[in-house]
Design a protein. Structure first.
Ligand SMILES: Nc1ncnc2c1ncn2[C@@H]1O[C@H](COP(=O)(O)OP(=O)(O)OP(=O)(O)O)[C@@H](O)[C@H]1O
Ligand SMILES: [Mg+2]
Length: 496
């Protein structure tokens, strides 16, 4: 998951959480408000009932309460209405069919003691009831005497269906919270949009710098040590970019140091080496007098070793130059036969001496390739020397050429094949790395090996041409190296 997505998710989560919390608080307070509202409405209604009851008592006709009770049962969920004595005895009652109110003497006693007792709740006849007990001010004459506020007391008991009251409260709460919830939802959506926009802006800044860093790291990994990350950030990413730039600057300085060291050393080696091979040639040619057969053989060894050393020095120099981007590759149309001859010419005598057939007859005389002449010569010379080194007496090294489909931007492929020691399959992908050597076949080498740079150079040369190099091999049976060269160099016009 990208940083941008994580940030967006985090902001969404925070907004959703705050929205849910606000909604819950809103719903809770709406519910409390509606509970209080229902209760205060009922209290007012009960006061009215109490006034009616006092009026009915004064008129000595408690059944005057009946119409109010019937209406309240239908419209307000009333379960019962009764006028009771302090001892709980009922003087008058009306109840919803099937509902029998409990005596509730305790409630009556408490109400009278307190002057007013609000409500109590209980289960009765399978319904849950809320009961208000209201002391009445009127006096009632009975056979036993007068009952009234100043004596033993008379109360009005009004019981309501708690479930219905709760439903009313919920409906009222929903009605009260509806518009507020809608506003809250709109606010949450606005916050969400703002959050998204903020996250997008924030993460765009992060990811832009991280991408620059990634590109820089990739460039350095590919050897472009001048890569720098430009950023004006003052945070940790800015610091990281600064460290990256300092690191690649140090690497560049070290690389420069290494290059100049290698160039100086190899240059210093080249001069005495040229003198060694030059004087060996002069000795061999008899310029300094006749040489015996033994002396000639020794001089030949000196000359051969000198040439090999020169080849290795050239490889080191070339690799250093290529890696420093200082070996320009200027592809042009080349006569392949001529390049092959120049590259393998110096090997032919050695091949004869080792009893290996060197066959370049499959290279067509009139075929042309698009390549840098010196670079292609070095590449072919390295492949041919390798093939010769590992091919036993009586073996064969052959060069061939395969033209890509005409008229298309296909690939021309040069192949160098041998019937030598071969390379284990699991090592094929690593032989193009610097300093690689296959120990298993080291004993099969018929010529001394170099430092292990030849194939690394070949790979870089092929890639600088926009092509590639790969190998196929079977241990003990031989190897084939393929070099593909694009038919058109990048940016050039099509070859005729
Ligand atoms: N044709 C081949 N047959 C068998 N093994 C090969 C062949 N070509 C290359 N190799 C193996 O790959 C290794 C790397 O080859 P590479 O040309 O890079 O180095 P090198 O020849 O040892 O030294 P250098 O080329 O620097 O003189 C060799 O040491 C050898 O083990
Ligand atoms: Mg080599």
């Amino acid at each position: 998951m990208t940083i941008r997505m994580r940030l967006a998710l985090l902001i969404c989560g925070l907004v959703a959480f705050s929205f849910a919390l606000s909604a819950a608080i809103l719903a809770w307070s709406a519910r409390r408000a509606s509970d209080a509202q229902v209760e205060s409405r009922l209290t007012a209604f009960n006061e009215e009932l109490a006034a009616s009851a006092e009026h009915a008592i004064a008129a000595r006709n408690l059944s005057l309460l009946a119409p109010s009770a019937r209406t309240a049962m239908m419209e307000r969920g009333m379960l019962f209405l009764s006028v009771s004595r302090a001892d709980g005895g009922t003087l008058w009652r009306a109840a919803r069919a099937g509902f029998s109110e409990p005596l509730n003497e305790e409630g009556v006693r408490l109400a009278l003691a307190a002057g007013r007792r609000p409500k109590s709740s209980y289960e009765s006849s399978g319904a849950s009831a809320w009961e208000w007990v209201i002391p009445l001010q009127a006096r009632i004459e009975t056979r036993k005497g007068t009952l009234g506020a100043d004596t033993t007391g008379v109360v009005l008991r009004a019981g309501y269906d708690a479930a219905q009251l709760r439903r009313e409260a919920s409906a009222a709460a929903a009605q009260a919270a509806g518009p507020a919830l809608k506003n809250l939802l709109l606010a949450a959506l606005a916050c969400l949009a703002l959050g998204f926009a903020g996250a997008a802006r924030l993460s765009a800044g992060f990811t832009r710098t991280i991408r620059k860093l990634l590109t820089g790291v990739q460039a350095v990994g590919e050897g472009h040590l001048s890569a720098r990350v430009q950023t004006s950030r003052a945070d940790e990413l800015g610091e990281l970019s600064g460290e990256f730039n300092a690191m690649s600057q140090r690497l560049k300085e070290l690389e420069h140091l290494k290059e100049s060291f290698l160039l100086t050393i190899t240059h210093d080696l080249n001069n005495p080496l040229s003198a060694v091979t030059g004087y060996a040639e002069l000795l061999r040619s008899g310029t300094y007098g006749p040489v015996t057969e033994k002396q000639a053989a020794a001089v030949d060894r000196i000359s051969e070793g000198g040439h090999r050393l020169a080849e290795s020095i050239d490889n080191i120099l070339d690799l250093t130059r290529i890696e420093a981007g200082k070996m320009p590759v200027a592809p042009q149309e080349l006569h392949l036969g001529t390049v092959v001859q120049t590259a393998i010419g110096p090997l032919e005598a050695k091949a004869r001496e080792l009893g290996v057939v060197f066959d370049a007859s499959a290279i067509p005389d009139d075929d042309a390739v698009w390549a840098d002449e010196r670079a292609l010569q070095r590449l072919l010379s390295n492949l041919a020397w390798n093939a010769l080194r590992y091919t036993p007496k009586g073996g064969r090294v052959s060069l061939s050429f395969r033209r890509g489909p005409a008229g298309t931007p296909g690939e021309d492929v040069v192949v160098v094949e041998d019937t030598g020691a071969g390379i284990p399959k699991d090592r094929l992908s690593r032989i193009f790395e610097k300093f690689s050597r296959i120990e298993e076949t080291a004993g099969a080498a018929r010529l001394p090996s170099g430092p292990g740079l030849g194939l690394a150079i070949c790979k870089r040369i092929a890639e600088r041409h926009g092509g590639r190099i790969w190998a196929e091999s079977e241990l003990g049976r031989g190897s084939a190296f393929f070099v593909s060269l694009p038919r058109n160099s990048p940016g050039s016009s099509a070859r005729p």
